[in-house]
Design a protein around this ligand. Structure first.
Ligand SMILES: Nc1ncnc2c1ncn2[C@@H]1O[C@H](COP(=O)(O)OP(=O)(O)OP(=O)(O)O)[C@@H](O)[C@H]1O
Length: 274
């Protein structure tokens, strides 16, 4: 078969369409594993012997008072901050401490920051298209006329994030909640194995919060999701397992009922809210 025939062969399964061929090995354990991780800033221990295990497909909520180390923990997982000691593994194969931020992202760790950063002058569809183009495997073929397979992937994500009807709307006219969902959709275009989501419901209406709860719970199973959130009602509505961070370490872990009745948690965190 000539190269031309090969490239125009409609039956060929392109790499990005094949079932996620993740190099991440979870056969013998969790998808994310932090062991004895510590980091200090000017002598202040922001993360202090932190141990955390996230199972493949799990939805985990991380809570904790201001300054507990939640953002720093996310920064360590994504390679933005290097810990002084400890280890961070993605599956059993990848030592994340030896990898750059872009390498960690392309291994399948997606991060959603608190503020939405969609391209407001582009449509919902174009934002998703652009997110797909950021995937190096797809870029060479995307510049030509868009293949039906790419459209299918975008349609699939549009349905997941509930923005099918708004595909041609400019992102600038979306509500705050819709922008957050679009950004989650942009991350999903790259088929991450692990999604880190920072305060997804800050500034959302009740209805948007409910929709976000549905979205995040529907993602779990297909990918692992770690949500950092201050809103206790929201955490209660989605959480199976909650990890409470305090002074850079795990203070308590368990169901929402277990952690919210834990005396130390009441003292340092929930008591504070009350
Ligand atoms: N680059 C830095 N330089 C100095 N101190 C820092 C730095 N990053 C974080 N810290 C400190 O480390 C501690 C943990 O901060 P972090 O932002 O991780 O907490 P957090 O749990 O995310 O808090 P919040 O809920 O307020 O976002 C804080 O006391 C913070 O001031």
């Amino acid at each position: 078969m000539s190269i031309f025939q090969e490239l125009t062969n409609r039956d060929r399964v392109f790499e990005f369409l094949a079932p996620a061929q993740s190099p991440v090995d979870v056969r013998h354990g969790p998808i994310l594993y932090l062991e004895d991780v510590s980091v200090s800033f000017d002598g202040f221990k922001a993360i202090n012997n932190l141990n955390l295990t996230i199972d493949d497909g799990e939805l985990r909520c991380i809570i904790g008072p201001n300054g507990a180390g939640k953002t720093t923990m996310m920064d360590i997982i994504t390679g933005k901050t290097r810990p002084d000691t400890g280890s961070v593994w993605f599956g059993s194969r990848h030592n994340l401490l030896t990898k750059s931020e872009p390498d960690i992202a392309s291994l399948g760790v997606g991060r959603k920051f608190q503020k939405p950063t969609v391209f407001e002058a582009l449509t919902v569809f174009e934002n998703l298209e652009l997110a797909m183009a950021a995937d190096k495997r797809v870029l060479p073929t995307l510049t030509a006329q868009m293949k039906p397979e790419y459209r299918d992937r975008i349609d699939e994500v549009l349905a997941l994030i509930g923005l099918k009807e708004l595909r041609q709307a400019f992102a600038g006219i979306l509500s705050h909640g819709q922008k957050q969902w679009l950004e989650i959709g942009m991350l999903l275009m790259q088929k991450p194995r692990l999604l880190l989501v920072d305060e997804p419901v800050a500034g959302m209406t009740e209805q948007e919060m409910e929709r976000t709860a549905e979205l995040l719970t529907s993602l779990a199973g297909k990918q692992s999701v770690v949500v950092v959130e201050h809103d206790m009602g929201f955490v209660r509505s989605i959480a199976r397992t909650v990890t409470v961070l305090h002074q850079g370490s795990v203070l308590a872990e368990g169901s929402m009922d277990q952690v919210s009745s834990h005396p130390d948690v009441i003292k340092v965190y929930l008591g504070e809210e009350a």
